[in-house]
Ligand binder design. Structure first.
Ligand SMILES: [Zn+2]
Ligand SMILES: [Zn+2]
Length: 126
């Protein structure tokens, strides 16, 4: 079920964004509730300087990265951390932080953040 489809609508200059492509792998997807393959996997190389969600340019990324989980100050997008691996679930398009020997950590996209926030207020929405 490709709810979000592929993410190749936007131009994606990987080099400029500090992404280091890695081979596809399998990982547990909590949204699909099963092991899924992740075809697009990469390792972050340096801090993000621009939000991949809303496009905000970070004037002082180091200040954002001083937090345990850095997020975009405008839209709350979780930012990728240098030296960590990330990938998109082929099944649902969710983005995960992949660490060796641990469950992948969901990096909620805008729709997922909205859903999460709504659930915080009223559980009957779903
Ligand atoms: Zn943003
Ligand atoms: Zn999934």
């Amino acid at each position: 079920m490709a709810l979000f489809g592929r993410r190749d609508a936007k131009p994606d200059p990987a080099g400029e964004r500090g992404e280091f492509p890695l081979p596809p792998r399998k990982a547990w997807c909590g949204c699909c509730a099963k092991d899924q393959s992740l075809t697009k996997v990469w390792r972050r190389n340096g801090m993000m300087r621009r939000c991949p969600c809303c496009g905000l340019e970070f004037e002082k990324p180091a200040e954002l990265y001083a937090r345990v989980q850095p997020v975009c100050p405008k839209c709350d997008e979780p930012l990728e951390q240098p030296g960590f691996d990330y990938g998109f679930c082929d099944g649902c398009g969710s983005k995960y932080e992949l660490s060796e020997g641990a469950k992948p950590g969901l990096m909620p996209n805008l729709a997922q953040r909205r859903e999460r926030d709504q659930h915080g207020k009223s559980r009957s929405v779903l």
